[in-house]
Design a protein around this ligand. Sequence first.
Ligand SMILES: [Zn+2]
Length: 342
Amino acid sequence: MPMEHSPKREYPVERVIGRGFDDEDYEIARNFFRERFENQDFVKDIERAKTEEEEEIILWVNNETNALLEHYGVRPLDIPSRNVHIISKERWPKQPGFEDSAALYSFDTQAIFYCDKPQRPLFAHRVFHEQLHIKFHQAAQYVEEGGTKKFEEYRSGLSLSSAKREDFVSQFRKLNEAVIETLAIRFWEEKIAKSERFRKEIEALARVKQVLRGERTTIEENEGVSEEEAEQIIEEICAVTDGENGLKLECFSYPCERAALSHLVSTLYERNKATVQDPGQIFDLFVKSAMTGHMVELAKLIDRTFGTGTFKRLGVISSEKHTKEELLAFVKNMRSEKRNEV
Ligand SMILES: [Zn+2]
């Protein structure tokens, strides 16, 4: 039986599992992860110093993400600005993980990396997203493999990677991103867009969207999308930046994954109306599960609604082994499957 410990939350990785892990081993692991969280000097060579305003924004976002945790009854955790690293586009690492990302967090170092852009609302939004990754439940696993002993990511929000399951493929990863980005968009709508600090940038963005709405047919043709989809793209623009070939429209992330989550939430609601007040209650269950790492209630709800084994299949289909389109199709199918049965 693997041993589990739940100490007070002083740093992000609060749980370590491992075969035959005793208290002494646990203390070593604890110090290891605390050190990782605190020592952020390893990026010094490539990051740039943060401005006073960026420091303020990071602090504000830290308080806002803590308020969100407390809203869900989860203990807050401070992420100091030293864990946020701003790196210029030229110095942005050209390795997998970084290449296609504008911001990311690393489980190994508990660091947030942000690809430098002057737009402050975008910075606030992306730091919010990455901070949630760190503030959501995280657990590590101790593994011995071919003579090497190491710690690997075990849980990160809803994501689960283990040697026993699909050889460390991170299950539920896409749904975890969907939960986080949905919350980050809410933060945008409720706080960033209404903040005096960002007023000018938000107003400029509104003007850009207005112009684009006038040219919606061009977007429809260029992107090969419907009128509704074009409107959705315009709606989700959060910044206009300098791209390789002229201006680049920056949109909220993970639209397909969010669509899948949204389908799942509304289907679960439709099928459990007798006991569930509104879809928000289902969404809250996803959030709480990701924050606490307690998946039992969510797993039971999904299996009860769609049949035993569905939760497990959902985990696999939302791993990096499958595409986001496959996830969306799977979730939509769950609906029709049930409809046919009724
Ligand atoms: Zn993310």
